[in-house]
Design a binder for this molecule. Structure first.
Ligand code: NAG
Ligand code: NAG
Ligand code: NAG
Ligand code: NAG
Length: 274
């Protein structure tokens, strides 16, 4: 258990010229790394102003992180609260995350991950991805995100993949989520960070994604974005009971090439789903 005043002294890294945002050149250190571990329980851990991510879990299984507190300013780059990759049976529960990166990012090779009881903001999102950068084959499955409160974040329930990637993101659920003043509450984007859209490049297959009981407010008019590739690789999207409003007018959903269905009251209406 670390005292909150032990800062990670991230400020000297965040805006340095040497720091590459995608980590290809110089990589700022992560405050706490769980690597190659089995049966880990970490609770009541606080991390403030980490140089890069606060906590990463990689090549590990049976990891439970609970009652975490991460803090960093909204503009500190890539200071993800928890990043998970190449791991399975990971749970992140009952935590408060304010950060300049993702509150929780669920990267390549993650399976059976539960995120339950998170307050996220400021920060970016709880996101799956990004997957498939530079044509890579990367997959994620059985992700359960529930009881999350997003406050003033730039995204919310997010799945993002790069065009031309292979692999899949499947069997992912977002349940009991609320949004307060979130820029982009619900996003599937199969063209993540691609400067332009090249036709017929294929995509990481996104399927069996379920949204249940999502509510709150969007900062912009577009509250739901399903921005999928024309390759038909966004399938079995299920949206049940959603009410996300735009305080200054009618909310809208952008729906491109997604296939699936809705049930219960769904606002905004999502045009390309049944
Ligand atoms: C992970 O553990 C395995 C087996 O103990 C070992 O061979 C491998 O080098 C370790 N990998 C890392 C990145 O530490
Ligand atoms: C948002 O969710 C949290 C817990 O998930 C709950 O305590 C809170 O009352 C909810 N707020 C709204 C506005 O629904
Ligand atoms: C959220 O942002 C609004 C302005 O957009 C601000 O007034 C409010 O204090 C912020 N709330 C939190 C919890 O940061
Ligand atoms: C769809 O995803 C849910 C979890 O959200 C899982 O329980 C179910 O087995 C998946 N269905 C298929 C057909 O893979």
């Amino acid at each position: 258990r670390l005292a909150r005043r032990q800062s990670g002294r991230g400020r000297s890294w965040w805006w340095s010229d040497k720091f590459n945002r995608y980590g290809d050149i110089y990589k700022a250190p992560t405050a706490l790394v769980v690597m190659n571990c089995t049966d880990v329980e970490l609770s009541q851990f606080s991390s403030k102003n980490s140089p890069q991510m606060h906590i990463s879990v990689s090549q590990s299984s049976k990891v439970h992180l609970t009652q975490l507190t991460t803090t960093a300013p909204w503009d500190s780059p890539n200071t993800d609260g928890v990043h998970i990759d190449r791991s399975q049976d990971v749970r992140v529960t009952r935590s408060t995350m304010g950060t300049g990166g993702e509150c929780v990012s669920i990267g390549p090779g993650s399976r059976f991950v539960t995120v339950d009881g998170i307050v996220c903001g400021p920060g970016r999102a709880v996101s799956v991805g990004s997957l498939g950068r530079k044509g890579a084959t990367e997959s994620v499955e059985y992700i359960d995100v529930k009881n999350v409160q997003f406050i003033n974040t730039s995204s919310g329930a997010t799945i993002k993949t790069w065009q031309g990637g292979k692999g899949y993101a499947r069997s992912i659920s977002f349940t009991d989520i609320n949004f307060t003043n979130v820029d982009r509450p619900v996003v599937i984007n199969q063209f993540y960070a691609d400067p332009y859209h090249v036709p017929n490049m294929g995509a990481v297959a996104v399927s069996n994604i379920t949204y249940t009981n999502l509510k709150g407010t969007s900062r912009y008019r577009t509250a739901v974005e399903f921005y999928c590739s024309e390759s038909g690789s966004c399938t079995n999207t299920h949206v049940n009971s959603v009410a996300i409003t735009f305080p200054y007018g009618r909310a809208e959903a952008l729906c491109q090439n997604a296939q699936g269905d809705t049930s219960g009251y769904v606002y905004p209406k999502i045009p390309c789903l049944r």
